[in-house]
Design a protein around this ligand. Structure first.
Ligand code: C2E
Ligand code: CA
Ligand code: CA
Length: 561
C-alpha cells in the first residue's frame, strides 16, 4: 500500500483550510486540532501517512506541537513518518528546536502557496526513495553482517565476470569446520560476533583488488570471488583469510575450510559454480592437514555416482538386487573350514556389480544401512534355517552390524527376534561390530552388547587395530572374538614391526581368553606366520574369496570335501 495521506495538525481552522487548498488536489487529507488527536491519528494510520505537518509556536488550547514532535522523535513505531513543521516566518527558536528533533522540512508561515506545495511533495518523494532503498537493502544485504547475501553476491559476481570477459576468476567457498562448536561452547552472541568479524575481514581484504566480490551465503558459509592468476595467487589470499580469522580473540582453534573453483563470463548459472566450490570444500572436512581443495570433475562424478546409488537403493531392496556372499573362515590348527562372513553384493540394474566400498559409506551417511543390515541378517537367518531343514550341520556365519544400526537401542531385540522367528540357535549367527562403532555413546553400546551376549550371540570386534584407541576400547568392552585385518599392520615401513605387533596382540588376546581371527590373509607366508604365533582362525584371499551361497554350500556341505 502506498502512503498517500497527509495529516495537518493545527488548532486554527483557517490555517488548516489553507493547507487543504494547497494539497487536496494530490493527497488524501486528515486534520487534527489537538495533541491527543494528532498522536492518536498517527498511531492508527502509520502505514497510510505520507507526511504530517505540525504547527509549532506558542501553545494554544489543546495543541502542543512540541509534544507531538517529541513523541514522534522517541517512538520507533511512528518515527518513520516524514514530519514537517510549520513555523512563524521569524521564529528562529522554534525552527532550531524542530530541526533538532529531526523534522524533514520547515514551512514558513504565512504559507506561500507554490513553495509549500513543492516542499511537501519533495518530502513525500524523498520518503518513497528511502523506502525503496531500504527494501533493496534488505533484499540484497545480510542482516547480521551487512555484506551481500547469497543472491546478491551471486548476481554481482556474475556481473563482474561479464564485465571482464577476458579474465578467469577464482570462486571461493569458505566455511568454518565444526562451527557449531563455537555456538555450543561460546553461545550464539559470540558466534554472531565471529561471523561479523569474518565479514569485516573479507571487506578489508577485498580492497586488495578492484575485481573482488564477497558475501555471506548462509550460516557460517561465506563466498568470495577474485581474479585467478594461478593457484599460488589464490593460495596467498586463502592464507590471508585464514590468518585473519585466526586473529579473532577466542580460545578455540578456528578451522576455516576453502573450496575453490575457477569461473569466467561463460558461466550460465552462478549457483552451479557455487555448488562446485562447495563440493570441493567438502573434501577437506575432517582433514586436519589440508584445509583447501580445488574443484575437479571427479568430485561431480563421485556425487553423480552417489546420487545414482541413492536413487536406486529403495527399489534395489524391494527387488532383492542385494545378494549374500560368504567368505569362508578357516581354523588354522585343525586345518579346516570354521564358518564364514556374510558380505553383501549389489547387482545394480543396468550397472553390474557395485562394490560395498562404494555403496556402504553412502548408506551409512543417509541411514539406509539400517534397512540393508536388517535385510542381510534376515537372509542369513533364512539360509541357516534352510541348511538345518536340509539336515546339514552348519558352521556359524557372521554378519556385519554397521555402527548406524548399533545406535538403535532396540537392535539387540531386533536380532534376537530374527533368530527366534527362524528358530535357530543364536550361537550360529556371529555378529561383527567394527572397532570404530565403539566410539560415541559407549554406555548404550555396552548395554546393547551385554544384551546380545545374554541372548547367546557371539560378538567379534572387527578391524581391530584400525581405530585410534583399540586397546582402550578393549579395556571397556567385552567382546568374544578379536578380528584383526592384516593389511592395517603389515603395511609398516619398518620390516618386522607389524609382525611383532601382531604376535603381541595374539598373545594379549590369549591372555584375555579371546580367540583371534586374522583377515586379509593373501599369501602363504602370512598364513605360516600366523600359525607360528598361535593365531586361531584366518580369512583371506589366500584361502578363499567371498563366494555365492551356492558355492559356499558346496564348500561346506558338498560331498567332495
Ligand atoms: P569388512 O567387514 O572388513 O569385510 C572384509 C572385506 O575385506 C571384504 O570386502 C572382503 O572381500 C575383503 N577381503 C577379504 N579377504 C581379503 C584379502 O585377502 N585381501 C583384501 N585386500 N581384502 C580382502 P567387501 O566385501 O568389499 O566389504 C567391504 C566392507 O563393506 C566390509 O569390510 C564391511 O565394512 C562392509 N560390508 C560388506 N558387507 C556388508 C554388510 O552386509 N553389512 C554391512 N553393514 N557392511 C558390509
Ligand atoms: Ca566384517
Ligand atoms: Ca574387517
Amino acid at each position: 500500500m502506498t502512503a498517500n495521506m497527509v495529516l495537518i495538525v493545527d488548532d486554527e481552522k483557517q490555517n488548516r483550510d489553507q493547507l487543504k487548498q494547497i494539497l487536496n488536489s494530490r493527497y488524501k487529507l486528515a486534520e487534527a486540532d489537538s495533541t491527543d488527536k494528532a498522536l492518536g491519528m498517527m498511531y492508527r494510520n502509520v502505514r497510510q501517512l505520507a507526511a504530517v505537518i505540525v504547527k509549532l509556536g506558542a501553545v494554544h488550547g489543546n495543541l502542543d506541537g512540541y509534544r507531538v514532535l517529541t513523541q514522534w522523535n522517541q517512538d520507533k513505531i511512528i518515527s518513520g513518518i516524514p514530519m514537517i513543521a510549520a513555523v512563524g516566518q521569524f521564529d528562529t527558536q522554534s525552527m532550531s528546536r524542530a530541526m533538532e528533533l529531526g523534522v524533514w522540512e520547515l514551512l514558513a508561515m504565512p504559507l506561500e502557496l507554490q513553495l509549500t506545495y513543492f516542499r511537501v511533495k519533495n518530502v513525500i518523494e524523498r520518503r518513497l526513495l528511502r523506502v525503496s532503498d531500504q527494501a533493496r537493502q534488505s533484499r540484497e544485504y545480510d542482516e547480521l553482517t551487512g555484506i551481500y547475501n547469497r543472491k546478491a553476491f551471486l548476481c554481482r559476481t556474475k556481473e563482474m565476470l561479464c564485465r571482464y570477459p577476458r579474465e578467469t576468476f577464482a570462486f571461493v567457498h569458505l566455511d568454518i569446520y565444526q562451527f557449531h562448536l563455537v555456538n555450543q561452547f561460546y553461545g550464539m552472541d559470540e558466534a554472531d560476533r565471529l561471523l561479523q568479524y569474518i565479514a569485516d575481514r573479507l571487506a578489508f581484504l577485498s580492497r586488495e583488488s578492484d575485481h573482488f566480490t564477497y558475501g555471506r551465503d548462509r550460516a557460517d558459509v561465506f563466498c568470495f570471488c577474485m581474479p585467478y592468476e594461478g593457484k599460488a595467487s589464490v593460495m596467498r589470499m586463502i592464507k590471508k583469510v585464514h590468518d585473519e580469522i585466526n586473529q579473532y580473540p577466542i580460545n578455540h582453534v578456528l578451522m576455516p575450510v576453502f573450496g575453490i573453483c575457477t569461473a569466467d563470463h561463460t558461466e550460465q548459472q552462478m549457483v552451479a559454480v557455487s555448488d562446485r566450490a562447495n563440493l570441493a570444500a567438502k573434501q577437506c572436512k575432517g582433514n586436519y592437514i589440508k584445509n583447501y581443495a580445488f574443484y575437479d570433475y571427479s568430485m561431480t562424478e563421485q556425487l553423480i555416482k552417489e546420487q545414482e546409488i541413492v536413487n536406486a537403493m529403495k527399489k534395489a531392496l524391494a527387488d532383492e538386487q542385494f545378494q549374500l556372499y560368504i567368505q569362508p573362515k578357516y581354523d588354522l590348527r585343525k586345518n579346516r573350514l570354521a564358518g564364514g562372513e556374510v558380505l553383501v553384493r549389489w547387482h545394480m540394474q543396468g550397472k553390474g556389480m557395485v562394490s560395498p566400498g562404494d555403496f556402504i559409506p553412502v548408506f551409512e551417511r543417509n541411514g539406509f544401512i539400517t534397512k540393508l543390515d536388517r535385510y542381510v541378517w534376515e537372509h542369513a537367518c533364512q539360509s541357516i534355517r534352510k541348511w538345518l531343514d536340509e539336515g546339514k550341520k552348519p558352521f556359524p556365519i557372521s554378519v556385519n552390524i554397521s555402527r548406524v544400526s548399533l545406535y538403535n537401542k532396540d537392535v539387540a531385540d531386533v536380532i534376537h527376534g530374527l533368530v527366534k522367528k527362524y528358530g535357530i540357535d543364536p550361537a550360529l549367527l556371529h555378529l561383527e561390530l567394527t572397532e570404530s562403532a565403539y566410539t560415541g555413546n559407549l554406555e548404550m553400546i555396552k548395554q546393547t552388547m551385554s544384551r546380545l551376549q545374554a541372548y547367546g550371540f557371539c560378538i567379534l570386534m572387527d578391524d581391530f587395530g584400525s581405530g585410534y584407541s583399540s586397546l582402550n576400547t578393549l579395556k571397556d568392552i567385552v567382546v568374544d572374538i578379536l578380528k584383526i585385518d592384516m593389511n592395517f599392520l603389515l603395511n609398516s615401513e619398518v620390516p618386522g614391526r607389524g609382525e611383532n605387533i601382531l604376535a603381541s596382540v595374539v598373545y594379549m588376546a590369549k591372555c584375555l581368553g579371546m580367540p583371534v581371527i586374522a583377515e586379509g590373509v593373501e599369501r602363504e607366508s602370512q598364513a605360516a606366520f600366523l600359525r607360528s604365533i598361535g593365531c586361531d582362525y584366518v580369512q583371506g584371499y589366500y584361502f578363499a574369496k567371498p563366494m555365492s551361497l551356492e558355492e559356499y554350500e558346496q564348500l561346506a556341505f558338498g560331498t567332495n570335501i
